[in-house]
Write a protein that binds this ligand. Structure first.
Ligand SMILES: [Zn+2]
Length: 270
C-alpha cells in the first residue's frame, strides 16, 4: 500500500533519499540504477537518465505516464524505464520499482546462480526464492519482457550479466528488499566459502511456507496462487540452477579463507 497522505513532493524526496542510500551502500556507482514510484493510476515518478542517483535533488525527478511519456521535468527518464513500466502493467499491486547493481548479488547474476538456496528463514518467508531473468541488452523491450515475466511470481529478480530489480507496495519496501537480496548474497557466499551449506528439511520448509501464508506475504499478487512454492522453483526445471553451485570439496586454508571473507565484507562496508 502506498503510504497514505503523501503528496508528489514527499514521493520525490523519498526517491532522492533512496538514491542516496543506494549510492552510499555501493549498490550503484556513477549513473547506475533507477527508481520509480507509481503515485496514482496514471502517473509515475522516476529518476532521470545519466545523473548520479546518489546526488539528485527533488526537482530533477521526472513525472511520466504509464506509456513512458514525460509530463513534467527537465530530464528524460532512464531508458531502463521500460522494465519498470512492464512491471507496473504486470503487477497492479506494485507501486515501486528499484533497480541497481549491488556487487555481490550482481556477481551471482553474472555467475548464472539464482538465489534459490533454501538456507535462511527470513528469505524463504519474505521472498520464497529469487530467480534470474535471462540476459538481454539493457533498455530493450526483450529485457523488459523477461523481467516482467519473472515478477509475476517474485518480488526480487536477478538480471543475468546485469544487476538486480526489486519491487514493492511502496518505495521503501522495494529498497529494503534490495538490501535483503544483497545481504542474502553475502551470507550465501560466506557459507559457500566455508564449504558447508545446511539447507532446510522438507518439514522445516513446509513450516516456513505456512508462516509466509499466515503473514499474507504475496497475497496481494494476482498471480499468487499460480506460483511455485519455495523448493519447487522453476529454476529447478529451467537452467541455470543453483545445482551448478558446487561446494568446494575441501576448505581453503585458514589464511585464504579469512582473506576472502574479509575482502568480501570490506567491499560492502567501504
Ligand atoms: Zn542496470
Amino acid at each position: 500500500m502506498q503510504a497514505p497522505g503523501k503528496n508528489i513532493h514527499d514521493h520525490k524526496r523519498d526517491i532522492v533519499h533512496i538514491g542516496k542510500m543506494m549510492y552510499e551502500r555501493r549498490f550503484i556507482v556513477a549513473g547506475d540504477g533507477n527508481i520509480s514510484v507509481r503515485i496514482s493510476e496514471e502517473f509515475i515518478l522516476t529518476t532521470p537518465t545519466a545523473l548520479c542517483k546518489g546526488m539528485l535533488s527533488p526537482d530533477q525527478i521526472v513525472k511520466i505516464d504509464l506509456a513512458g511519456k514525460v509530463l513534467e521535468g527537465e530530464y528524460q527518464p532512464s531508458s531502463e524505464i521500460k522494465m519498470h513500466l512492464a512491471v507496473y502493467h504486470t503487477r497492479p499491486d506494485i507501486k515501486a520499482v528499484v533497480h541497481a547493481h549491488p556487487p555481490i548479488s550482481t556477481g551471482f547474476a553474472v555467475a548464472g546462480i539464482p538465489l534459490d538456496q533454501l538456507i535462511l528463514a527470513e528469505m524463504v518467508v519474505n521472498f520464497g526464492t529469487i530467480p534470474i531473468a535471462p540476459y538481454h541488452p539493457p533498455s530493450t523491450v526483450e529485457l523488459a519482457n523477461v523481467v516482467a515475466e519473472k515478477v509475476r511470481c517474485y518480488d526480487a529478480v536477478l538480471m543475468a550479466n546485469h544487476g538486480v530489480m526489486t519491487i514493492g507496495p511502496d518505495v521503501y519496501t522495494a529498497y529494503h528488499r534490495l538490501e535483503m537480496v544483497e545481504q542474502f548474497a553475502v551470507i550465501n557466499l560466506v557459507a559457500h566459502v566455508l564449504g558447508k551449506m545446511t539447507t532446510f528439511s522438507q518439514q522445516q520448509l513446509r513450516d516456513l511456507i505456512t508462516i509466509r501464508e499466515q503473514l499474507g506475504i504475496g497475497a496481494q499478487n494476482p498471480y499468487h496462487r499460480q506460483c511455485p512454492l519455495p523448493g519447487q522453483t522453476e529454476s529447478v526445471h529451467n537452467p541455470p540452477s543453483s545445482s551448478e553451485y558446487e561446494m568446494p570439496s575441501h576448505l581453503p586454508d585458514m589464511e585464504t579463507l579469512v582473506k576472502i571473507i574479509t575482502q568480501t565484507i570490506m567491499s560492502i562496508l567501504r
